[in-house]
Design a protein around this ligand. Structure first.
Ligand code: FES
Ligand code: FE2
Length: 440
């Protein structure tokens, strides 16, 4: 805004809505961000959604159909039949693949045309036509697709938090807004105190409503924020990681920081998968344990399709309730279908969002110019070490408590990062060592 327009009642001067930032928000075929996202395995459905009928899905702006054939193999095909375009959501599931209902063309799960029944024997069509298809990988109730160039398909990554044996349920939530709004929200920890405590009443654990000191670090997977709170005699540091390009982990939703904890792992591993430019699927695992939920507030029975057991994540409340106690869904959707970055006034407290966009832009550009899409390195167990955790330790308040909290958060973050090559079970001891030697 100019000097002349920076005046009260300035609506007249602020009517222009510039274009969105296409480099980070457009995801269709051929876009910079869309091609970068396609280089990674993306969850596209929960296994329990795929029953005896084909399921239409839209991912990264592409209309697809997913099904399990009668031999139990999963297929993900372009939705419109290569013959004359009828949707394969009306297809007939076969022992091997799927048959289009219109003229009976029969495709295997990899798109090969097995039969075109009304064509003469010896017709070349079977060698000349192939239905678009993508490879799938099913893991613990989630179905992941690889939609990038076939010759560059990476190994399916196993994250350390997938291997802990913690009880879990899959969930899948859709939202009519751009994927980046959902993703960058996870590196905006300041909203926890505002949206989830002051504006709407405390929506997560009571301790999450305590003011936090916040810092940020890059990690080998992307970045993390470091939130440190004083809860009575305890210091509590949470690190929340972004697993680029679009994965995220979240600490215990109901954490109360009442007793000592070292490197407690996550209550969610999820991905913000673009359906298209203006719709997003947040899909992943929700984890349950007594340690993660000290007051018994979890409700696994309602976790699943368009439903999760904490407030404000879906459109499933009355408008009045959503106005009185808005949650993540309301703020992210209401930023516009695609938030206009050029209209924002980002400030010090937005530095997580700014950092995430910068890192993402660097990776999108690097991919565009060199074709590189970095893959995570593996720890000693062949897993991808991740960085989201909660640690709570008794530390008496100091005169300059902010300084102490800052140091505590920083040293926990150091240990979380430095222990990433170790076996998972060895990491809590590394953090405890720091607590004992520097904060006892
Ligand atoms: S449109 Fe599918 S077989 Fe003709
Ligand atoms: Fe939130």
């Amino acid at each position: 805004m100019t000097e002349e327009t920076l005046v009260p009642y300035s609506g007249y001067f602020q009517r222009d809505v510039p274009a969105e930032d296409p480099e980070l928000t457009h995801v269709g075929p051929g876009t910079a961000c869309g091609e970068y996202l396609r280089r990674y395995w993306q969850p596209v459905a929960m296994s329990n959604e795929i029953k005896d009928l084909p399921v239409p899905v839209r991912i990264l702006g592409e209309d697809l159909v997913i099904f399990r054939d009668q031999s139990g193999r999963l297929g993900l095909l372009h939705r419109h039949c290569a013959h004359r375009g009828a949707s394969l959501e009306y297809g007939i599931i076969m022992d091997c693949g799927i048959k289009c209902c219109y003229h009976g063309w029969h495709f295997d799960i990899d798109g090969r045309l097995i039969d075109a029944p009304s064509e003469p024997i010896g017709s070349p069509v079977r060698d000349r036509v192939i239905q678009g298809a993508y490879p799938l990988h099913e893991h613990d109730g989630l179905v992941f697709a690889y939609m990038g160039p076939p010759e560059l398909k990476p190994e399916f990554p196993i994250y350390d938090t997938m291997c802990l044996g913690t009880a879990s349920k899959t969930f899948s939530l859709s939202m009519p807004a751009n994927w980046l709004q959902a993703y960058e929200n996870t590196q905006d920890p300041i909203h926890v105190i505002h949206l989830h405590a002051l504006s709407s009443g405390v929506q997560f654990g009571a301790a999450s409503g305590v003011e936090q000191l916040i810092d940020y670090r890059d990690t080998p997977l992307g970045m993390m924020n470091i939130q440190t709170r004083r809860v009575g005699e305890m210091l509590w540091t949470r690190t929340t990681d972004s697993i680029f390009p679009n994965g995220n982990q979240t600490g215990a939703i109901w954490e109360e920081a009442e007793g000592k904890k070292m490197f407690q792992r996550v209550s969610m591993l999820r991905w913000m998968v673009p359906i298209d430019n203006t719709n997003t699927l947040t899909i992943g695992w929700r984890y349950f344990s007594d340690q993660l939920d000290p007051r018994g507030q979890d409700d696994p029975s309602i976790v699943g399709k368009e439903s999760i057991d904490f407030v404000g994540q879906t459109a499933g409340r009355s408008y009045e309730e959503r106005q009185r106690q808005p949650g993540d869904y309301e703020v992210q959707v209401s930023q516009r279908p695609i938030a206009i970055h050029a209209l924002e006034h980002r400030v010090t407290s937005d530095r997580g969002v700014t950092r995430l966009r910068r890192l993402l832009r660097e990776r999108v550009r690097a991919h565009q110019s060199t074709g590189e899409a970095p893959l995570p390195r593996l720890n000693e167990a062949g897993q991808v070490a991740t960085y989201c955790q909660d640690s709570v330790y008794p530390v008496a308040p100091a005169t300059d408590d902010d300084q102490l909290m800052k140091k505590f958060g920083s040293r926990i973050a150091d240990a979380v990062l430095a222990s990433d090559r170790l076996q998972h079970e060895q990491r809590p001891a590394e953090i405890e060592k720091i607590c004992q030697s520097e904060f006892s």
